[in-house]
Design a protein around this ligand. Structure first.
Ligand code: FAD
Ligand code: NAI
Length: 462
């Protein structure tokens, strides 16, 4: 029987990063992964494939809408869907093979198969049982089911099916205006589908800053996405060449239907813990079906830890990675820690949306005195040069101390720009610290500095 210091269950961003860090810290480490490839949801059917399709479809959008303006004339490219899928698959395999390489380099063993935990200190895979001092569960998440909807991953799909459709549809209904619905809805809109997003709430992207939500919805509407808001989906009926989605408007309870070739169900994800044997072990769970852990990622059973989408908190790859590193450090006797106040969130539509820290709504609810520094990308020369003047940066700072409390932006490269505020927040910086930092010209990042200046005596280019 092989024995380890740590066995990690699941090779997603939480598990594989944790394994590499455990090995770097001198722990004998193995990862059990049931999929044929490493990388979890994120690399195989999540972050990476969706970004590949977003990138390809954005190039098409640029060719159709902006090339001629720059003097690049000629026929727009047509879509070869099979080639686009092949490109996406190549991107996936390049990344998953990269993790195999990192495992070998760091001497992490990959045990292939599905794991269960017969008792603390033991992990069973097929007929083999491995002994280990510690177990880290990083088993991730799966799409939530919606009553009345039978997903076939053909024309009624979750994100997994939507990343590998047989052909690009002429029409698509997206159920849920969250991150998945808007990213993948944008992909198919750009590829020529009529896309209607049906959302239960009155605002898109729940939990985001209200001003961003409104601007974002307006921009997506301008791009041709249709929204039905305040609508509870009741079910989907499959027809021969179409699917019929039935929904009720919350304001008057009236029932409506809408037809589409493909229906994407994007109403959230839930932890995936099936088959691990947690019930029999007596592992405590939260009311939302997550594995309950303390601040050190320990469950109520000694020697069993959990991280990532399987536990509480935002279901984000970088949150899982940070927890993976923190738990490794804790197991190696160090002080692993994640600062949950500074976890950025990014939506990779065009333009991108990025957010970190408190929203205005949260600050108001907390009764906190704050100031707002805003700057429109219209005042940023670089953004205007590349047709990306729509959108703005908003920095929220403490009214008395000027300490940065949050930042929300929609605009070019938002997902990269947000990180200067993340670093500033980690150092407890004031808006003035950002405002006094020299930013190269002409860059999008000057908009961040201008928003910081707007927290004080005023932006220059506003
Ligand atoms: P996972 O990545 O889900 O990995 C868990 C792994 O454990 C899986 O490979 C599974 O096969 C394996 N496993 C489970 N049980 C067992 C078992 N018993 N034995 C062996 N193996 C097991 N997040 C972002 O931050 N940015 C994005 O752009 C982004 N885009 C996304 C797009 C889509 C379409 C989706 C669906 C998700 C996206 N996410 C994104 C979310 C991100 O994928 C997850 O937050 C992240 O993958 C969670 O990592 P994890 O390690 O906790 O779990
Ligand atoms: P989500 O929680 O972001 O959004 C789900 C939406 O569906 C909500 O707006 C909700 O109100 C709506 N909804 C629920 N039931 C409904 C019903 N019956 N009728 C109509 N609308 C309904 O979930 P989503 O988009 O599925 O994403 C899951 C997770 O994946 C998220 O937690 C997200 O963090 C992660 N993810 C992250 C990405 C990123 O970081 N760029 C990209 C994609 C996913």
């Amino acid at each position: 029987m092989s024995s380890y210091d740590v066995i990690i269950i699941g090779a997603g961003p939480g598990g594989y990063v944790s394994a590499i860090r455990c090995a770097q810290l001198g722990l004998k480490t193995a990862v059990v992964e049931g999929r044929d490839a490493l990388g979890g949801t994120c690399l195989n059917v999540g972050c990476i494939p969706s970004k590949a399709l977003l990138h390809a479809s954005h190039q098409l959008h640029e060719a159709e809408h902006n090339f001629a303006k720059m003097g690049l004339k000629g026929k727009s490219p047509s879509v070869d869907w099979d080639q686009m899928l092949a490109y996406k698959d190549e991107v996936i395999s390049g990344n998953t093979k990269g993790i195999e390489f990192l495992f070998k380099k760091n001497k992490v063993d990959w045990i292939k198969g599905w794991a269960s935990i017969p008792e603390p200190g033991k992990v069973k895979v097929g007929d083999d049982v491995y002994e280990t001092k510690n177990i880290v569960i990083a088993s991730g998440s799966e799409p939530s089911a919606l009553p009345g909807i039978e997903v076939d991953e053909d024309t009624v799909v979750t994100s997994t099916g939507a990343l590998s459709l047989k052909k690009t549809p002429k029409s698509m209904v997206v159920i849920g205006a969250g991150v998945i619905g808007l990213e993948l809805g944008s992909v198919y809109k750009r590829l020529g589908a009529e896309v209607t997003v049906v959302e239960f709430l009155d605002a898109i992207t729940p939990g985001m800053d209200g001003e961003i939500q409104k601007t974002f919805q307006k921009m997506l509407t301008k791009q041709g996405l249709k929204f039905v808001m305040g609508a509870a989906v009741q079910g989907v009926t499959k027809g021969k060449n179409k699917n019929t989605v039935t929904y009720k408007l919350r304001k008057d309870d009236s029932e409506h239907t809408i037809d589409a070739e493909v229906v994407l169900v994007a109403t959230g994800r839930r932890p995936y813990v099936s088959g691990l044997g947690l019930d029999a072990l007596g592992v405590e769970m939260t009311q939302r079906g997550q594995i309950a852990t303390n601040a050190h990622y320990a469950t109520n059973i000694a020697g069993i830890y959990a991280i990532g989408d399987a536990i509480e908190g935002p279901m984000l790859a970088h949150k899982a990675e940070d927890e993976g590193m923190a738990v490794a450090e804790i197991l190696a006797g160090q002080a692993g820690h994640v600062n949950y106040d500074v976890i950025p969130g990014v939506i990779y539509t065009h333009p991108e949306v990025a957010t970190v820290g408190k929203t205005e709504e949260q600050l108001k609810a907390e009764g906190r005195a704050y100031k707002v520094g805003k700057f429109s990308f219209m005042g940023n020369g670089r953004a205007k040069a590349v047709f990306a003047g729509d959108g703005f940066v908003k920095i929220l700072a403490d009214k008395e101390t000027d300490r940065i409390l949050g930042c929300h932006l929609i605009g070019p490269a938002a997902g990269d720009l947000i990180h200067e505020v993340c670093v500033a927040m980690e150092f407890g910086a004031a808006a003035e610290d950002l405002a006094r930092t020299c930013h190269a010209h002409p860059t999008f990042s000057e908009a961040m500095r201008e928003a910081a200046l707007a927290c004080g005596d005023g932006a220059i280019h506003a």
